[in-house]
Design a protein around this ligand. Structure first.
Ligand code: ATP
Length: 377
């Protein structure tokens, strides 16, 4: 297992800063996802780690080997970095059987025949394609072809596995199965995995660590549930989560001895004080995920009456878009709210779930039992 260290890594294409000053330490044995919208620099980062792209600046370390340093003029070619690569298009050899496709790299590396046989069979077993070894690629489904592509890389037993959107050509159900498969494989093989995706669900479900990028820069580097619960800034909060987080612009006020967050249509008393003193009078953004509300079909103390705009059943939960004065909010509940558009629901914000961002859009306070009163800025 090797850790990967990126130090002040940059790649500029003319005026485009595809990756800018990226510093990241990817722990050995982790499953790290590079996540972000199209064009944020994920693939360029992966290609630099792989040795397929020469960085404009910075350093790359794989294990204790420096594979790129601008300052020292060092560049270790892709083939000498000990990596396995799987890309979106699997490009199997069409004229070779599944066995021959998987064995290809071992043969080039002049591994003995008996050893090739053993390793191909073992790897095929792990990926549950042992039955398919005699078939040709055009006799396989998309998902089976993808497994062969992954087997072809795993059979080389790479210390580091780089995957660029390897599941994006598969249908939704198969993608979910393959995610589970990849996760199992990772825990069995223990390699360090760097995985590129723009699919936040994929990142949340697969990763031990997520690096969220936007326009070439790193926005947050955390375990997936930390990204979800304590997004470092408004960009991350908005990018992660489906449906999108509700973002409410407002201001902190002090009224007599209590603090309130005030926005058009919403006034929320806050029962913590000392953390908020410095913020009084300042504009802030409140982030609330759909599940951060309690819904009631009858009036209750501390609940606000909201007009129901639409009800969206989603099997295990219901999404309910409500209106509070000028504010439209997406809420959710795990039971049937038994209400239609135009009806009324009573909603309450779960105080421990409130996430506040400052004028620079950075997370300043996560209030309540989930995070304590700790400042996370
Ligand atoms: P996607 O999810 O769409 O693949 P990405 O996050 O992987 O996007 P990159 O492919 O790394 O993004 O591209 C980052 C930026 O660099 C984009 O603005 C892209 O247009 C630009 N870029 C990438 N490769 C080149 C190139 N060879 N020449 C010029 N610009 C490039």
């Amino acid at each position: 297992m090797s850790k990967i260290v990126l130090k002040n890594l940059a790649k500029h294409f003319g005026a485009v800063k595809a990756v800018d000053n990226l510093t990241l330490e990817i722990p050995a044995g982790s499953f790290t996802t590079l996540l972000g919208p199209s064009g944020c620099g994920k693939t360029t980062t992966l290609r630099m780690i792989a040795g397929l792209e020469t960085p404009t600046d910075g350093e790359i370390w794989i294990g204790d080997q420096c594979v790129f340093s601008r300052r020292e003029g060092r560049f270790v070619p892709a083939g000498d970095r000990g990596l396995g690569l799987v890309f979106q298009s699997y490009a199997l050899w069409p004229h070779l059987t599944v066995f021959e496709n998987i064995a290809f790299g071992l043969k080039i590396a002049k591994v003995k025949k008996a050893e090739v046989q053993k390793r191909v069979e073992e790897t095929a077993e792990v990926l549950q394609i042992g039955e398919l070894l005699k078939r040709y690629p055009n006799e396989l489904s998309g998902g089976q072809q993808q497994r062969v592509a992954i087997a072809r890389v795993l059979v080389m037993r790479p210390q580091v596995l780089l995957l660029d959107e390897p599941l994006s050509n598969l249908d939704a159900k198969l993608r979910m199965d393959m995610r589970a498969e990849l996760k199992r494989l990772h825990s069995e093989m223990g390699s360090t995995v760097v995985y590129v995706t723009h699919d936040q669900l994929e990142a949340l479900t697969l990763s031990t660590h997520v690096a969220i990028m936007d326009r070439g820069t790193l926005q947050q580097w955390s375990p997936p549930m930390v990204v979800y619960n304590q997004p470092a800034n408004v960009f991350t909060a908005d990018f992660i989560g489906n449906p999108r987080i509700n973002l409410v612009q407002g201001v902190f006020k002090k009224e007599q001895e209590r603090f309130v967050f005030a926005a058009p249509g919403l006034e929320l008393p806050l029962d913590v004080s000392e953390d908020l003193v410095r913020l009084v009078g300042r504009p802030v953004t409140l982030g609330l995920r759909a599940e951060d509300f309690t819904l009631s079909t009858t009036p209750a103390e501390g609940f606000l009456a909201a007009e129901v705009e639409s009800v969206l059943p989603a099997g295990s939960e219901w999404f309910v878009r409500v209106r509070l004065g000028e504010l439209a909010l997406m809420t959710s509940t795990t039971y049937d709210p038994q209400v239609d558009s135009g009806g009324t629901l009573w909603i309450q914000v779960k105080p421990e779930k409130m996430k506040f961002f400052d004028e620079d859009e950075k997370l300043i306070i996560g209030i309540g039992s989930t995070y304590g009163r700790k400042e996370v800025a």
